[in-house]
Design a protein around this ligand. Structure first.
Ligand SMILES: [Zn+2]
Length: 164
């Protein structure tokens, strides 16, 4: 087993307390191997941000679709349209939904930046993907952090991440 995998395996099951409801609810289920792929991609593309899409049913991630970051930037991401198309086609073929959109923060915490929040909304301020979670992988600390959010015009709501 590589050192990288061993590090990832130290991940605990992560719950985030929902301050609005006071209830801990499972809202994103991602398998450890899927998470390892995302973290490996984030590390490979650092110092730039990496990005991709998570397909599945409801809260369950069935497949990870890595994408190229057209921005090639350490601060923003824009998933290559061809990679998006490829993912959306596979999602249609399998009858999946777009469960999540992920990207990395090589140097900052796993929280949506101002650009992340702006790009999650259309010109009228409505969420582009209302049912989709925004998953952020932070490489700031020795142990990567993974957090999930819903982004609307008025607020950023943290979702719970469970590693199955
Ligand atoms: Zn970001």
């Amino acid at each position: 087993m590589s050192r990288r995998s061993a590090c990832v395996l130290l991940f605990p099951v992560v719950f985030h307390y929902n301050v609005l409801t006071g209830v801990m609810v499972v809202t994103l289920r991602v398998r450890r191997e899927q998470l390892e792929r995302i973290i490996a991609q984030a590390r490979a593309e650092a110092p730039n941000e990496c990005c991709g899409m998570l397909a599945g049913h409801g809260e369950v991630v069935e497949e990870v679709f890595p994408g190229r970051n057209k921005d090639q930037s350490p601060r923003t991401y824009l998933m290559d349209p061809q990679d998006q198309l490829h993912a959306f086609r596979a999602i249609d073929e399998h009858g999946w939904a777009l469960v999540g959109i992920y990207h990395s923060h090589p140097h900052t915490e796993a929280y949506p930046s101002r650009t992340d929040r702006e790009r999650a909304l259309d010109m009228d301020g409505n969420p582009l993907f209302p049912e989709t979670q925004y998953v952020i992988v932070s490489l700031r600390d020795a142990q990567p952090q993974v957090r999930a959010f819903r982004i609307t015009e008025r607020q950023v709501t943290e979702e719970e991440v469970v590693i199955a």
